[in-house]
Design a protein around this ligand. Structure first.
Ligand SMILES: O=C(O)CCC(=O)C(=O)O
Length: 264
């Protein structure tokens, strides 16, 4: 399998509390991304794209067992022969609501799932959502990959664990607001540099309930270079990356081999 991967990040505005509008937009954006030339191998969506942060009504708005998302995105992948990491959705599971990513391959098969394990108290997630209980590992063919959601990137030990287990690329769907743009950019670059892996993030844009989401979806290579970065408008960010660079950088500065885990 080729070690090259052409990515398309759908940086979109989300209407908080309107799953119908957001599903329509998401489908239109997926079609737009799949029609790009050259065609992407993988499309990434942002965090909580189905509901936004309408947490007070989340029980009613969340996608029951993720069924609607699964049906629509899986069918899209099969028809277009493209992989989609379906950002995250508010998903109802019995009485609970989780913040969950579903990942589909080009046949439409689901190849991974992850529910956000660190809930963000500043935006009251802990009052309305149930945290996941497992890290987000999956494979893109031969390539070991991982996913973390938004606030998760403040926990370097999670990214390090996933890297030690082999992940070469870390996907980060997010809904990260102003005024913490410098945290966003610095943390994403730090996770890429310290773990010598690609970090591919997709944020939302627009204003909702007094909060302003700044976009700046980014693709960062394992040397910490920014391969692509969006501004603050709706857009689809594209770039081709080469996963061989991960092994090259890991060979150049062998930080994994130089670790002294018995001392810390
Ligand atoms: O950590 C932050 O500053 C933002 C996190 C966040 O917005 C989220 O996890 O939804």
């Amino acid at each position: 399998m080729s070690t090259k991967l052409r990515l398309a990040l759908v940086q979109m505005n989300i209407v908080a509390g309107s799953p119908a509008a957001n599903f329509n937009k998401m489908q239109a954006k997926l079609e737009e991304a799949a029609a790009l030339q050259p065609k992407p191998d993988l499309i990434l969506l942002p965090e909580m794209w189905n509901t936004g942060y309408a947490l007070e009504q989340i029980q009613n708005l969340a996608d029951a067992e993720g069924q609607r998302t699964r049906e629509i995105v899986s069918g899209f992948c099969r028809r277009n022969q493209v992989r989609v990491l379906a950002g995250s959705i508010a998903e109802r599971r019995g009485e609970a609501v989780t913040n969950t990513v579903h990942i589909f391959d080009e046949t439409g098969a689901e190849i991974g799932e992850y529910s956000k394990i660190h809930l963000f108290q500043l935006m009251n997630e802990h009052l309305h959502l149930q945290a996941g209980e497992a890290a987000g590992r999956f494979r893109l063919g031969d390539i070991p990959a991982a996913v973390m959601i938004c606030y998760d990137i403040r926990f370097p030990e999670l990214a390090r664990k996933l890297a030690l287990e082999g992940a070469k690329i870390l996907f980060v769907p997010a809904e990260w607001p102003h005024p913490r743009l410098h945290h966003w950019r610095t943390l994403l670059q730090a996770r890429a540099i310290e773990n010598q892996m690609y970090v591919v993030s997709c944020n939302t844009v627009g204003d909702s309930g007094g909060t302003s989401f700044f976009g700046h979806s980014m693709i960062i290579d394992p040397w910490g270079e920014v391969v692509a970065e969006a501004g603050e408008e709706e857009t689809i960010v594209t770039a081709e990356i080469d996963l061989d660079l991960v092994d090259e950088v890991r060979g150049r500065i062998p930080v994994f081999a130089d670790r002294r885990p018995t001392l810390y």
